[in-house]
Design a protein around this ligand. Structure first.
Ligand code: NAI
Length: 462
C-alpha cells in the first residue's frame, strides 16, 4: 500500500520543518522526512548550539576579569567544558522537541529515516523511506549543506582520527585544546575562535584571503580582527594550507613553507549543498554551481519540484530557508485551498550576523557591492560611542554603525554594525530597507532611549 501526500519534504532543518508546519497548518497532507534529527544543522550542530557555547564564554569572560572594568571582581572563575556541553545539549533537546511538537500540532507526518527519491509518475513523486514508498503531489528538497573538505594532503586522515573537526564535532569537544588551529576565517571560524579563545585555547586562524569575515564591510572586519588580536587570537592571512600533519598544520605564507602546532584543527572553509546520494539525479533538475537552481518562487525547472534552504545555494542562512519555505508553501496552497497569498522571495534585505563579542550584523549593500551594482551611494559612519547605553555597557568599545544611502532618492540600502546587541538591532534596519525608507522617514521614527539601536537614527545626523 502506498501513502499519498499533497507535499513531501526531504529534510527536517529550518527549510523543511517550517515548510511542514506551514503546509500542515493550511490543511495539506504533509510528510517531513529527516535522516538524523529534526531541526537539521541549525538546531543540532550549528546556529543554536554555538550560541549556547558563546553565551557560556561571555559569562566566563566577565567572571575571569572582564568584569573588573565595571567594578566587579570575582575569584576562582572556571569554565567546566563538560557542563557547558551538557547545557548546550539541553538547549538543543528543548528546541528539537519543540519542532516535533509543532509538526504534530499541525498534523504533519514525520519519518525519521533516510529518504530516497525513486522517480516521478503520473501520481507524483515517489520517495522511499523506512521500508515504504510514499507519493507526493509536490516534493520539496530541503536537504541542506555539508562542510567542504578540500583535497588537502592529510585532511581526510585528520578528520577520520578526530584530530580534524567540522562544525559537528567542534560542538561536542569535552575538553579545551591547548593549541587550536582554525582553517577559514569566515563565520564558523570566527565564532569558534571567539569561543575557544575565551575558553583558554591558544587560537590561530589561517585564512586564504587577506582579510577575515568574507564579504563583510572591510572596516568592520578589520575592527573585529583587532578586537580578537587584543584578546590573543593570531590571524595568519593570505596563507595557503598545504597539509595536515601529525599534531601540526602546514601552510605557505608569501611563498615560504611554515608549520604550526595544533592539538585540534577546525575545518571551516565553507559549505556546499547536499544534492547527491538520495536519488535527485532521477529527477535531474537544473543545477547552478552545485546547487539546485530555483526561481523567486522556490520552483525548480521540474513541475511540482521545489528547493529551499542551503541546497539552493543562494544565501546559506537558516532565516533565508525559513522565508523561502513560506514562499513555496504559500504558492502551493493558494490554488488548492484558496488561502495563502501570492508570495515572492526577495533577497535584498536579508540580515546576517556573526555572533562574536563584539557582534557583527549587516543587511543590504556595502559600499563596494553598491558601487558594483551601479548605485551612486554615500556612506555615513557613526561611532557607537554616541549611544548612551553602549558607553555604559562597553568599556573601551570601538563599535561603529555604517549606513549606505542611495544618493538618487536618499533611500537606505545598507546597514553594517559592529558592537553588542547589533544582532538584535539589525532586523529594524532590514525593515527600513525592505520598506524602502528614505533618510527623512527614518529621522521621524522614535527609538527607545537609552538603547544601542538609537545609533541607526543618530548616524543620519552625522
Ligand atoms: P565561510 O564561507 O563563511 O568562510 C570560509 C572561509 O574559509 C572564507 O573566508 C574562505 O576564504 C576561507 N578558506 C577557504 N578555503 C581555504 C583554505 N584552503 N585555507 C584557508 N582558508 C580558506 O564558511 P564557514 O565559516 O565554513 O560557514 C559555512 C556557512 O555556514 C556559511 O554559509 C555561513 O553563512 C553559515 N553560517 C552562518 C552563521 C551565522 O549566520 N551566524 C554561523 C555559522 C555558519
Amino acid at each position: 500500500m502506498q501513502d499519498t501526500f499533497d507535499l513531501i519534504i526531504l529534510g527536517g532543518g529550518p527549510g523543511g520543518y517550517l515548510a511542514g508546519e506551514r503546509a500542515g497548518h493550511a490543511g495539506l497532507k504533509t510528510l517531513v522526512i529527516e535522516k538524523r534529527a529534526l531541526g537539521g544543522v541549525c538546531l543540532n550542530e550549528g546556529c543554536v548550539p554555538s550560541k549556547a557555547l558563546l553565551h557560556s564564554a561571555k559569562i566566563y569572560d566577565y567572571a575571569k576579569g572582564g568584569g573588573e572594568k565595571y567594578g566587579v571582581t570575582a575569584t576562582g572563575a572556571q569554565l567546566d567544558q563538560q557542563k557547558v556541553i551538557a547545557r548546550k545539549n539541553k538547549v538543543v533537546k528543548t528546541l528539537v522537541s519543540g519542532v516535533a511538537a509543532q509538526l504534530k500540532k499541525n498534523h504533519v507526518t514525520v519519518e525519521i529515516g533516510f529518504g530516497e527519491i525513486l522517480g516521478k509518475t503520473a501520481a507524483g513523486f515517489e520517495v522511499a523511506v523506512n521500508g515504504k514508498t510514499c507519493t507526493g503531489k509536490k516534493l520539496l528538497i530541503a536537504t541542506g549543506s555539508e562542510p567542504v573538505l578540500p583535497p588537502i594532503p592529510g585532511l581526510r586522515e585528520a578528520y577520520a582520527s578526530g584530530f580534524g573537526l567540522t562544525n559537528r564535532e567542534v560542538l561536542e569537544l569535552e575538553s579545551i585544546p591547548e593549541n587550536f588551529v582554525i582553517i577559514g576565517g569566515g563565520v564558523i571560524g570566527l565564532e569558534m575562535a571567539s569561543y575557544f579563545n575565551s575558553a583558554g585555547s591558544r587560537v590561530t586562524v589561517i585564512e586564504m584571503l587577506d582579510h577575515i569575515a568574507g564579504n563583510t564591510d572591510r572596516e568592520i572586519a578589520s575592527i573585529l580582527q583587532k578586537n580578537y588580536e587584543k584578546k590573543g587570537v593570531k590571524f595568519l592571512l593570505s596563507c595557503k594550507v598545504t597539509g595536515i600533519g601529525t599534531g601540526a598544520v602546514e601552510y605557505e605564507q608569501a611563498g615560504e613553507k611554515r608549520s604550526i602546532r595544533a592539538d585540534k584543527v577546525l575545518f571551516s572553509i565553507g559549505r556546499r549543498p547536499v544534492t547527491a546520494g538520495f536519488g535527485l539525479e532521477k529527477l535531474a533538475p537544473e543545477m547552478d554551481r552545485g546547487a539546485v537552481k530555483t526561481d523567486e518562487y522556490g520552483r525548480t525547472n521540474i513541475a511540482g519540484l521545489y528547493a529551499a534552504g542551503d541546497v539552493n545555494g543562494v544565501l546559506m542562512l537558516a532565516h533565508t530557508a525559513y522565508r523561502e519555505s513560506e514562499v513555496i508553501v504559500n504558492n502551493i496552497i493558494r490554488p488548492v485551498t484558496g488561502t495563502g497569498k501570492k508570495d515572492i522571495m526577495r533577497y535584498h534585505a536579508i540580515p546576517s550576523v556573526i555572533y562574536t563579542n563584539p557582534e557583527v550584523a549587516c543587511v543590504g549593500e556595502t559600499q563596494e557591492s553598491a558601487a558594483k551594482k551601479g548605485y551612486d551611494a554615500r556612506t555615513v559612519t557613526a561611532s557607537m560611542m554616541y549611544s548612551g547605553r553602549y558607553v555604559a555597557e562597553n568599556e573601551g568599545g570601538d563599535g561603529i554603525c555604517k549606513l549606505v544611502i542611495d544618493k538618487k532618492n536618499d533611500r537606505l540600502i545598507g546597514v553594517h554594525m559592529i558592537g553588542n546587541y547589533a544582532s538584535e538591532i539589525i532586523y529594524g534596519a532590514a525593515l527600513m530597507i525592505e520598506s524602502e525608507m528614505r533618510t527623512d522617514d527614518i529621522k521621524e521614527l522614535v527609538f527607545p532611549h537609552p538603547t544601542v539601536s538609537e545609533i541607526v537614527r543618530e548616524a543620519l545626523f552625522m
